[in-house]
Design a protein around this ligand. Structure first.
Ligand code: UGA
Length: 343
């Protein structure tokens, strides 16, 4: 099976490579602008990597869409701070650039596995989001945060329509706050720009305050990357067509914690590491207003819990990894990779 992964050096792409290369029948063709997260796999005989940009290297991509069996376009901006600071870039990359790839999959009759997002459900008040029945609830146009959700939603609808009208073989997956090593760069140069777990770890390391936006009562269903990849591999394998033309929430309803709880569990866990303990003991938690932290174009989701019935039924998948275990894995990784620059 030839698998094309665009954005192969990303958080999901890099973890997927590690898993897929263990399967002897799989060859990977991957493009990304960087290769820092996959460098140990570059010389693998079934790994074919090229450095490039999906908005520029279009010929390579077109050729490989024709050549491969399964296409995963994983390139997207998925960081809320950018939705509000550069919404047009989010639209151009997440929607426009990906639409071209979707159309090529239709043209060449290729299987498409597309990353949607838990954000498509927006501010729905349902206690559990279901792929086929939950209404999507977004804020007004001035709340530019929703441009990401809206771009992804429209692509979901386009892909679905290509399935109905042109027989496109697709699977759509919706990650719910996947966390783990390699999520964002821990020492990101741009302050306050990472997703929450990386941001909090980075705050502790840099002796900064942990900021709870609007009090931190809002909840997320944190999902370990290994559980997420387990689901994704089942979708790629597509046993007896179980994933074809289906949408899957991939999230862990048992890890539905508030951001305030995340901060507390993280600080408690850090105290078990001699390297982090002192820094964690000294960390101050403060409450900030979203308006001050993200600006006026931000709006938040209070609760976001997936129904995972579809994934359980069709993929035989259930998440197994609890929040604490996931934090330990993430911290172990950062400790072994970054301590030299943080001491
Ligand atoms: C994320 C991103 O949009 C995507 O990565 C993804 O598609 C989707 O949701 C997902 O992974 O399911 P969000 O959950 O808001 O959105 O991402 P974070 O930036 O990690 O924020 C989580 C919560 O923590 C938000 O309520 C935010 O306001 C809060 N936060 C963030 C803080 O309280 N303090 C911080 O320093 C950073």
């Amino acid at each position: 099976m030839k698998v094309l992964i665009l954005g192969v050096n990303g958080f999901i792409g890099s973890a997927l490579v590690e898993n897929l290369l263990k399967k002897e029948h799989v060859s990977i063709y991957g493009m990304d602008m960087d290769h820092d997260k996959i460098k140990e796999f570059l010389s693998h005989p079934r790994m074919n990597f090229v450095e490039g940009d999906i908005t520029i290297n279009k010929e390579w991509i077109h050729y490989h869409i024709k050549k491969c069996d399964v296409i995963l376009p994983l390139v997207a901006i998925a960081t809320p701070s950018v939705y509000v600071s550069d919404p047009l870039r989010v639209f151009e990359l997440d929607f426009e650039a990906n639409l071209e790839l979707v159309r090529q999959c239709v043209q060449h009759k290729k299987r498409l596995i597309f990353p949607s997002t838990s954000e498509v459900y927006g501010m729905s008040s349902e206690s559990e989001f279901k792929e086929e029945s939950t209404n999507f609830v977004l804020g007004p146009i001035s709340k530019q945060r929703w441009i990401y959700s809206c771009s992804k939603q429209l692509l979901d609808r386009v892909i679905y329509a290509y399935g109905v009208q042109h027989d496109l073989q697709y699977s759509i997956f919706r990650p719910f706050n996947w966390i783990g090593p390699k999520l964002d760069h821990i020492l990101t140069p741009k302050e306050g720009s990472s997703r929450v777990l990386t941001q909090f770890i980075s705050d502790v390391l840099k002796h900064q305050k942990i900021k709870l936006v609007d009090g931190g009562e809002q909840k997320r269903s944190f999902t370990d990357i290994d559980d997420g990849i387990d689901a994704l591999v089942r979708i790629i394998e597509n046993k007896d067509g179980c994933a074809t033309r289906r949408i899957f929430n991939i999230g862990n309803p048992n890890n539905n914690y508030s951001i305030k709880e995340l901060a507390t569990v993280l600080l408690d866990t850090l105290k078990n590491y001699p390297f982090f303990k002192d820094k964690a003991d000294k960390t101050i938690i403060e409450i900030v207003k979203s308006h001050d932290h993200y600006g006026q174009f931000y709006q938040d989701i209070q609760n976001r819990t997936p129904s995972i019935e579809q994934a359980q039924t069709y993929l035989g998948w259930s998440p197994k990894i609890g929040l604490k275990e996931s934090l330990i894995k993430t911290l172990d990784y950062h400790l072994s990779h970054l301590d030299h620059s943080l001491a």
